[in-house]
Write a protein that binds this ligand. Structure first.
Ligand code: SF4
Length: 379
């Protein structure tokens, strides 16, 4: 299925009604980019060629650029530029700086990028303010080199080695910081190759990613050696339905989590962003009950949770209001606490009392409703 169409505000417009189909029979939502381009440098890499073939096999034309610079994305207005960029996938070589991996606490020891950009339209998107320029999705053709370069980081833990609860994970690599893997896998095949790379690796390592999609068919049955933890980013219905345009429905994400867990993958929940709606206890309670049902009866379940409250920065707010001018997402500095993040950057988080209430509730309710679930961190 194509991504959900959006009205001028960026809010979700209902697409084909899939209600009534059993999760197993429901086709996975898949992104069809409006334009796919490839740079000359990307075509020098075997994986660049593989992506081109994969895209063409899906009936999508690939435009070969004359230079390695991406052009033709800017429109007459910011809205037009946004729409064009979000519909574009570029097959490129990763910037050299990306090979020098950065620590990415508290999620993992190291961040590894296989792509940058995402076709979904979340009105709180984490990428807003983090990436510069129009939000084109760039997928990396030099995958083989990226994966080969990870060997230098094995054994160099920054997070998991210091955390007794995570010591069994080995050195962890987060592969979804700047993208959503399952939104792109059908077009790239990159994360499937990464799963196999980690499975074959002769060292204690873990690949991790989080997703708001549910297209896991090509991962089921893959020899993964338990070395990849797939987390599903989930939220309560009012947040997901109102703010997460173009993603898979939460029940479909949870059905996908179950499929992977039954196939022996370690799995996880990324509950993010936790939003303090007026009726948040009731709404998040419904979500946890859905999770409980999704993991019911899974043998040897290995399930974790990462709990991340909503926050914004002056930069992300400005970008998001440009992308979604009519959003109803609360980003009111007056009702938040101002904090200094890394390198002195300002961010606005919930006040201390709200944070404490949320944290206490999630800790208690996860233990009560999904006792097998281990909380990795709260932020
Ligand atoms: Fe942004 Fe993640 Fe939503 Fe994609 S799925 S738009 S990266 S928040």
């Amino acid at each position: 299925l194509p991504a959900a169409p959006h009205d001028a505000s960026g809010e979700r417009v209902p697409i084909r009604d899939l209600a009534g189909l059993a999760p197993a029979a429901r086709p996975a939502r898949r992104w069809t980019p409006g334009r796919v381009v490839a740079t000359p440098a990307a075509l020098d890499h075997p994986h660049g060629q593989r992506i081109v073939e994969r895209v063409q096999a899906q009936g999508i034309e690939v435009e070969h650029l004359r230079s390695n610079r991406l052009t033709g994305v800017r429109g007459q207005t910011d809205r037009e530029t946004y729409a064009r960029a979000k519909a574009t996938m570029a097959i490129v070589v990763s910037p050299p700086s990306r090979r020098d991996l950065q620590p990415i606490a508290p999620s993992a020891d190291w961040r590894v990028d296989l792509a940058e950009g995402c076709p979904a339209h979340c009105q709180y998107c984490y990428l807003a303010g983090s990436l510069s320029g129009p939000p084109v999705t760039r997928v990396y053709a030099d995958l083989d080199d990226i994966l080969a370069g990870l060997a230098a980081y094995a054994g160099r833990g920054t997070v998991t080695s210091r955390n007794a609860r995570r010591a069994d994970e080995g050195t962890t690599f987060e592969a979804s910081c700047y993208t959503d893997p399952l939104a792109l896998e059908h077009l790239t095949g990159s994360w499937r190759r990464a799963v196999q790379h980690f499975a074959d690796w002769d060292a204690p390592v873990q690949l991790r990613w989080t997703t708001k999609y549910a297209d896991v068919g090509t991962f089921v049955g893959l020899p993964h050696a338990g070395r990849t933890r797939v987390r599903f980013s989930v939220n309560c219905a009012p947040v997901s339905e109102r703010f997460e345009g173009g993603t898979a429905r939460v029940p479909d994400r949870l059905a996908a989590l179950r499929r992977l867990a039954l196939d022996g993958y370690p799995v996880g929940l990324t509950i993010a962003p936790i939003i303090a709606l007026p009726d948040w206890r009731e709404r998040y309670g419904e979500l946890l009950d859905q999770v409980r049902a999704a993991v019911d009866g899974v043998p040897a379940l290995d399930l974790t949770a990462e709990l991340i409250t909503h926050r914004f920065t002056p930069g992300s707010k400005e970008v998001l209001l440009g992308w979604y001018p009519r959003t109803r997402l609360e980003m009111d500095e007056e009702s938040r606490t101002r904090k200094h993040g890394k390198f002195g950057a300002i961010k606005y988080v919930y006040p201390r009392d709200t944070m404490a209430e949320l944290r206490e509730w999630f800790t208690a309710e996860l233990a009560a409703r999904v006792p097998a679930c281990r909380i990795l961190y709260w932020t």
